[in-house]
Unconditional design. Structure first.
Length: 610
């Protein structure tokens, strides 16, 4: 009986399985007919074998174009239909959805707001979908975000040689000890060791000790050592270091107080604020009533100058339930806290921010953030009705979705100011104001990586020079300090480099103009695209050229005292002559700087490849 029962079950299972397979085949055929795109002939299918051949999966964004090309016809599918189609595909995982702010009936250009689906799938599958999709469907990479900071590459310290890989199967250890001016140990300092192999990184412990493992070389092969302290000291770059034969080699760092005085008890107006004609300590212009959004790496508000910064959100948490908590106050890189200090630092001592009474909103998208997180953060800027948004992140790949989102923000009266760093996107977009970084001689020690940003052939008046890590091209609108700029970091103060630092300066200046310029108290008080265009025009009109390279400086360095009508009446002729460029349609997102070498040649030059 048991055997008979088993045979009957097998026959029933076989019959049922055949029926199910036939039913599934019919369902797949019907689904294919309903799908928003058809798979081209000869393209690998969705079988497990085809999926494994397609390689590892990556993250992509899929969305609908709400504005289609002429004669393309109206969209024939909704975003829900696309999600249902993708869910039926093997090897495709729906990670999440980025839902924009609901368009208001009278909001200008609200049709640009669109929902995007975050999908994880193999690259070959994504290319198939992109190639066969209908014109109104967008498929693009959900690229990782990068911080617009300065890149510490000491000249000639790291050179890729033939036969470098694989490395020699030998390892050795380099012992260092980091101290301050009074031989106190410096904990949590970052160290990069450049040898004949690949660079090695390490972090000092509480006693200031560093143990770096060298691969394929010995301590005798070390060409340079770069030390970046956590706070309150200058960084140091030692080229050709003399290392002790036995025991740990001591590296002593200079305190910032040697240059700036005691920031804990004295007020300081550093070179970057003087260059922009700012005097926040005077207190007559403080940015009251303006809301600023800082899209960066977070903000540590534990120190006194930033304790009033209480609004923020973390978009890097993979678990959506964690968004909106206090994790935005964790800043591993320190660049977000540094930018927040430039904007709104307050207190009786130290460095006062450009607009200390402006309302700062911190939107954390780094580290670990993707383009989808940036889109969600920009939607949050719309929800919070911000006036100015400072973008201190960039991405390698162009994005039509980000292009449309930034156009939407500008139409809603939100001025987006971005860093013109080595990555051209989104700085090349016409909807934003791109800012390049500059430095000044004699404002930093020569044995630092700040000096590596110097371009001697372009030194202008008063020792100003374009930073080597900044971008170059016609989309660079302005230039601002971005080399050895002192500001707040977790644990105190630090002097940092970065194109994002330059953009932060202009964002703070824009907040002052919006808060105190007569035009924005009357004619352009309400948020609109005209308001943003007028603001950008005033900033350009206040600029002065620091050196003879408009591709890196744009119109020049803006100055508060030079803003037309800021401290007096503005004539109709002055207003009519403002360099205002109204926003047109969608931008050519594949546009790059005219010569990519202008934006990245400094890396090859400092490495002595050219």
């Amino acid at each position: 009986m048991a055997v008979e029962k088993t045979e009957k079950e097998e026959r029933a299972t076989t019959t049922g399985g055949t029926a199910r397979r036939a039913s599934e085949a019919d369902e797949r055929k019907a689904a294919s007919e309903r799908a928003p795109s058809q798979v081209a002939p000869g393209v690998p299918g969705d079988s497990a074998q085809g999926q494994s051949a397609q390689g590892p999966r990556h993250q992509y964004l899929v969305a609908l174009r709400t504005i289609v090309a002429p004669f393309a016809g109206p969209p024939s599918h909704s975003i829900d239909a696309i999600v249902q189609y993708l869910e039926r595909q093997e090897g495709v995982e729906i990670v999440g959805r980025v839902k924009p702010t609901e368009a208001q009936p009278f909001a200008p250009n609200g049709s640009l707001a669109q929902e995007a689906v975050i999908v994880r799938m193999p690259a070959a599958k994504a290319e198939t979908l992109r190639a066969t999709a209908q014109p109104h469907i967008i498929v693009e990479r959900d690229a990782a975000l990068q911080l617009a900071d300065g890149v510490p590459v000491p000249a000639g310290a790291f050179r890729v040689a033939h036969g470098l890989l694989p490395l020699e199967p030998t390892t050795s250890e380099l012992a260092l000890r980091l101290t301050g001016e009074r031989d106190q140990p410096l904990a949590r300092a970052s160290v990069i060791v450049f040898g004949s192999g690949l660079p090695t990184q390490a972090v000092s412990d509480d006693s200031g000790a560093v143990r770096a493992t060298l691969f394929g070389c010995t301590p005798a092969d070390v060409r340079a050592i770069y030390v970046k302290p956590r706070a309150n000291h200058w960084e140091r770059l030692i080229v050709g270091p003399e290392l002790g034969a036995g025991g740990a080699t001591t590296i002593r760092l200079r305190p910032l107080s040697e240059t700036f005085g005691n920031l804990a008890s004295a007020r300081l107006v550093p070179w970057n604020q003087r260059l922009l004609q700012l005097d926040p300590a005077a207190g007559n212009l403080d940015g009251s009533g303006v809301r600023i959004g800082l899209v960066a790496s977070g903000c540590d508000n534990a120190e006194a100058p930033l304790r009033h910064v209480v609004r923020g959100r973390d978009f890097t948490a993979r678990d959506g339930s964690k968004r909106g908590d206090t994790e935005w106050t964790e800043d591993a890189s320190g660049y977000g806290t540094h930018a927040a200090g430039i904007l709104v630092a307050a207190g009786p001592h130290g460095i006062v921010g450009t607009a200390p009474k402006a309302e700062l909103h911190v939107l954390k998208v780094f580290p670990g953030g993707h383009l989808s997180d940036l889109l969600a953060a920009l939607d949050e800027c719309i929800d919070r009705e911000l006036d100015v948004v400072c973008l201190n992140v960039s991405c390698e790949e162009p994005s039509e979705l980000l292009d449309r989102k930034l156009i939407e923000l500008r139409h809603k009266g939100i001025a987006c100011i971005v860093a013109a760093g080595l990555q051209p996107f989104p700085a090349v977009l016409p909807s934003v104001l791109a800012v390049g970084a500059i430095g000044k001689l004699r404002e930093f020690p020569t044995d630092t990586c700040h000096a590596e940003a110097l371009m001697p052939e372009l030194i202008g008046y008063d020792g100003l020079f374009p930073a080597g890590f900044t971008g170059a091209g016609p989309r660079v609108a302005l230039a601002a300090p971005g080399v050895a700029v002192p500001s707040t970091v977790p644990g105190g103060y630090a002097a940092l480099d970065g194109a994002g630092i330059a953009a932060t300066h202009v964002a703070g200046l824009a907040a002052l103009v919006l808060a105190h310029h007569p035009l924005f108290q009357r004619s352009f008080k309400g948020r609109s695209e005209d308001r943003v265009s007028t603001l950008f025009g005033l900033l350009r009109a206040s600029a002065a050229m620091p050196f003879a390279d408009p591709l890196r400086a744009g119109a020049g360095v803006p100055g508060l005292q030079r803003v037309p009508g800021m401290f007096g009446e503005m004539s109709a002729r002055e207003f009519g002559s403002l360099p205002v460029t109204p926003l047109g349609g969608l931008s050519p997102i594949l546009e790059t700087f005219p010569s990519p070498t202008l934006a990245s040649a400094w890396q090859m030059r400092t490495a002595r490849w050219i």
